[in-house]
Design a protein around this ligand. Sequence first.
Ligand SMILES: C[S@@+](CC[C@H](N)C(=O)[O-])C[C@H]1O[C@@H](n2cnc3c(N)ncnc32)[C@H](O)[C@@H]1O
Length: 208
Amino acid sequence: MNIAQYVKSLNVVEEHYPDVYSYAVDNSVPIIDSDALAALKHLIRIKGAKTYMEIGTAIGYSGLHLLSVYDDSHLITMEKDRGAYETAVENFSRYDVASRVDAHLGDAKTMDLNIEEESVDLLFIDASKGNNQLFFDKFSPFVKEDGLIVVDNILLRGLVTEDDIVGRNKRKLKEKVDAFNQHMSQSDYPTSFLPIGDGLLVISKSQV
Ligand SMILES: C[S@@+](CC[C@H](N)C(=O)[O-])C[C@H]1O[C@@H](n2cnc3c(N)ncnc32)[C@H](O)[C@@H]1O
């Protein structure tokens, strides 16, 4: 067992949604790694965060987990794939949280949300990884001054550190994710780059 596997084995999160998890595994739906999810839920508890905005609903797995921390929490979530969106809406209903979710179908890059600026406690960016910068610029204004922005998959399963990448698309993706990571690292925002799951970037909205 290597260190990453050892840490993963310790960072267990109670699986409240085994059927949603199994569906994701069986249908190759990419969902957040369990250790990154454990950290995300821990951050929510530490902050007492109750309003969430998520880019990349998929089938609602992470959304269900976010909503499970507090009974009076609320989620705004966006998904561009109709099939995934419909499965997510079904899952939110089955688990009786639909009244706490605003699920939007469409491309988050061009979506106009009729919500107030600085109104959510946590922004979770988990969609097309090459657009992390765009999503950050577009949606961080909706985060409260003392809120958090969390970005998943900032390590691209190791691709981000590779030099000899075969394939133009892969190379471009790596460059974009790396550029975003470097930009956030140099910014005035307090940041933590955490090597759990596929890499979680935690950003405080309040600049130093
Ligand atoms: C990694 S999955 C999300 C996983 C989910 N957050 C979870 O952990 O359960 C990424 C999702 O983002 C969606 N997506 C990608 N680009 C998007 C965009 N521009 N707007 C909205 N959704 C997008 C994909 O269709 C996919 O379902």
